[in-house]
Design a protein around this ligand. Structure first.
Ligand code: HEC
Length: 467
């Protein structure tokens, strides 16, 4: 009853807001007697308030639904759907943002700066796309008059971060005791874990910003080396505090947060200052544009490492390696190297060694994380009953039609080991997760031993027979 009333209320407010968002502009326009620009600004800000309110009401509805479903079988189902919806939003905003980032760095690199370039221009570029010809010009500083419609490209970044932050909660923080914390790595409370996670993003930004302000303009090589060392430090830190999968996502989210902070604290404010100066006819401070360009170039180098880290979460052979931070360090370096090669190429500067060296660095990650060559020898034939006993003991708490685990109330990823067929069907995945990467049982919550892992391996190597 309580929730019905609440939902009716929220639904009513939502409907009202949506109607307002359609009709308010016309209403304001009709009633205003002031000049045009002020009215437009007023309408825009009113419109923004309405949009924010709509989002808040939707968030409230989701929280109500969560509270209603909490402790029932619908809880896991709701979390899964939240996960899907937020993930798709995150990917979509991310594509828009990174796509724009790639596009503008390409523009910058590929500009024609010499032929037929007017005095006020830095360069121009012809392009054909989607059946049309485009001609773009980059100004050295700002045009004499700032055009009325100026695209800013900032919401992609903000929304990518916001949706990513929500996803961090849905996947890791709401179930922190299972997904964030591994007591075999460090025994901390879920709340401490979440605080460390969020705090680390802020600290990373402060360190990076100080580094930019002190070293960037003086010595680029020292900047790159120090920056990389700090990144590796964070990777090391995360993998000694969190469960390795969570460590990976935090590393990616940390870099992603730096990227968004670059947009929010440096790039957009610089651009705003430039636009204002141009509007008032004041001299432009060229350093502002340079700062913004440097930060957006850093973001460009961060993109591939971040993409890798986000995807690696689905591949246990990366985060399952015994030194998870090392793979992160290698991949960050190699992926940034690949981006460097692409940037050089766009500028028309061919480099012989950047690409091969980057590829070798990336292959090193594949090489060192390969399964051991000489595992313990199998003594004798392992029977299915031995393996089944281990699996019922160590896995079925979570992987069963009726899990008894305190966190996983439905079989994770739908994987169940109630019958011999189910076990045999998943034998390759079991090999991967239990024997090679040792990422199952989750956080080794059920204390599987190395001997038991070896028995499972021998049974699979001997043909996984159920007789
Ligand atoms: C404490 C709960 C828990 C225990 C115990 C557990 N798992 Fe898991 N398992 C999970 C969770 C959660 C996931 C999904 C997240 C992931 O892939 O890391 C998962 C995923 C898996 C997957 C990957 C499925 C896929 O679709 O990719 C396999 C395979 C697996 N577990 C096997 C095992 C085996 C074998 C054992 C016992 C040796 C075991 N698990 C014990 C919680 C558990």
């Amino acid at each position: 009853m309580f929730y019905t009333v609440l939902y009716l209320l929220l639904g009513g407010i939502l409907l009202m807001l949506v109607v307002m968002s359609y009709h308010l502009p016309a209403l304001l326009k009709k009633n205003s007697k002031t000049d045009n620009e002020k009215t437009t600004a007023k309408i825009n800000s009113a419109q923004n308030y309405i949009y924010v309110s709509i989002i808040l009401v939707i968030v409230a509805a989701i929280i109500c639904t969560y509270l209603m479903a909490k402790g029932t079988p619908w809880e896991a189902h709701l979390m899964e759907w939240l996960n899907i919806v937020i993930r798709v939003m995150h990917i979509t905003f991310g594509i828009a943002w990174i796509g724009a980032s790639f596009y503008f760095v390409f523009l910058e690199n590929a500009l024609n700066r010499t032929e037929d370039v007017r005095d006020e221009l830095a360069g121009n570029l012809w392009a054909v796309h989607g059946g049309g010809f485009y001609y773009l010009e980059k100004y050295k500083t700002a045009p004499k008059t700032i055009p009325k419609h100026l695209h800013w490209f900032k919401y992609e970044a903000y929304f990518t971060w916001l949706s990513g932050f929500c996803l961090l909660f849905v996947v890791y923080y709401f179930n922190a005791s299972a997904f964030l914390i591994d007591k075999n790595v460090l025994d901390i409370s879920p709340l401490t874990g979440v605080a460390i996670g969020i705090g680390s993003f802020i600290i990373a930004w402060i360190l990076y910003d100080i580094l930019c302000k002190t070293l960037l303009n003086k010595n680029k090589t020292a900047f790159a080396i120090t920056g990389f060392a700090i990144l590796v430090g964070f990777a090391y830190f995360y993998s000694h505090v969190f469960n390795s999968r969570a460590a990976y996502i935090h590393f990616g989210a940390m870099i992603g947060s730096i990227m968004v902070a670059n947009v929010f604290f440096v790039i957009i404010p610089s651009q705003k200052a430039m636009v204002n100066a141009a509007k008032e006819g004041l001299p432009l401070n060229p350093q502002l544009g340079k700062n913004a360009l440097a930060r957006s170039l850093h973001n460009n180098y961060f993109t591939l490492p971040v993409l890798f880290v986000m995807v690696s979460n689905h591949f246990p052979s990366t985060f399952g390696y015994k030194y998870p931070w090392l793979i992160l360090a290698i991949i960050s370096l190699g992926a940034a190297g690949v981006k460097h090669y692409l940037n050089l190429r766009e500028k028309g500067r061919q480099s012989v060694w950047v690409m091969p060296v980057s590829v070798i660095i990336l292959l090193a990650a594949c090489f060192i994380s390969a399964p051991a060559k000489n595992p313990n020898a199998c003594k004798s034939a392992v029977s299915f009953s031995e393996v089944n006993a281990i699996i019922q003991n160590r896995c079925a708490v979570c992987h069963s039609a009726k899990p008894t685990d305190d966190v996983n109330k439905v079989a994770p990823n739908g994987v169940m080991y109630d019958t011999p067929e189910e076990i045999v069907k998943k034998k390759d995945l079991i090999m991967q997760r239990v024997v090679i990467t040792k990422t199952m049982p989750q956080n080794n919550k059920t204390n599987i031993t190395q001997e038991e892992r070896d028995l499972i391996r021998c049974w699979i190597e001997q043909g996984a027979s159920v007789k």
